[in-house]
Design a binder for this molecule. Structure first.
Ligand code: PGA
Length: 246
């Protein structure tokens, strides 16, 4: 039985005051049965580290540089994130693939650098509505995951995968539990072919997860928790989703 994991992706939201209130709400609702994490904007990581240090809630970033260090203005290295106690780094979120032209290989390189510094990469994959309607869902997610599997090699078993259909992100349009499970099963099979750890690896679902749909999504056999955007910004909603992973 895989322990469920629920991770909040705050995206570019928050303020020091709002974050403190949100984290206090999450901390006050402990204990949780599932593992819980928050991936916050870079500038708030140090604050999150202080707030969460004495708890079992983990924190992480929403991106990481593929480079070790050097003249890469504006980038943040895995080593820096690790120094601030980050446990996770989201890589390949569809917003970065779309707005920052991140390729499958760049995402894979970021995942590799993250792992090399003890960060668990949460690797996002997912198809657009156009791709789904053209019957390409399976091919797209397999291509995206395949780049990461090949680049990580024998370490592939250490990543967390997040299936996030682009058409479900921030739209209020969730994949049905059956639609999500079907893709998760494809991803699990792909991991099985590549690593001996596939049965213990976590595959999260993301895309309009809310308190009222979380439990049915999380009850699917290959859905091991969620990557939560909008609903992670309100403590009561995020806590309710963590409970649903229970
Ligand atoms: P959403 O975002 O929950 O707001 O749809 C999920 C994500 O983008 O990780």
């Amino acid at each position: 039985m895989r322990k469920k994991l629920v991770v909040g992706n705050w995206k570019m939201h928050g303020s020091r005051a709002a974050n403190a209130e949100l984290l206090a709400g999450i901390l006050g609702a402990r204990p949780f049965t599932c593992d819980v994490g928050v991936c916050v904007p870079f500038v708030y990581i140090a604050d999150a580290a202080v707030s969460l240090a004495a708890s079992d809630i983990r924190w992480g970033s929403q991106d990481v540089s593929p480079h070790e260090q050097g003249a890469y203005t504006g980038e943040v290295s895995a080593k820096m994130l690790r120094e601030l106690g980050c446990r996770y780094a989201i890589v390949g979120h569809s917003e970065r693939r779309a707005f920052h032209q991140e390729s499958d290989q760049l995402v894979a390189d970021k995942a590799k650098t993250a792992l090399g510094h003890g960060l668990t990469p949460i690797v996002c994959v997912g198809e657009t509505l156009e791709q789904r309607e053209a019957g390409q869902t399976e091919a797209v997610v397999k291509r995206q995951l395949s780049a990461v599997i090949h680049t990580l090699g024998h370490c592939a078993g250490e990543m967390v995968v997040a299936y996030e259909p682009v058409w479900a992100i921030g739209t209020g349009r969730t994949a049905t539990p059956e639609q999500a499970q079907a893709v998760h099963a494809v991803l699990r099979a792909q991991l099985q072919a590549a690593t001996s750890h596939a049965e213990t690896m976590k595959i999260l679902y993301g895309g309009s997860v809310k308190p009222d749909n979380a439990a049915t999504l999380f009850s699917q056999p290959d859905i091991d928790g969620g990557l939560i955007g909008g609903a992670a910004l309100k403590a009561t909603d995020f806590v309710a989703i963590c409970r649903a992973a229970g």
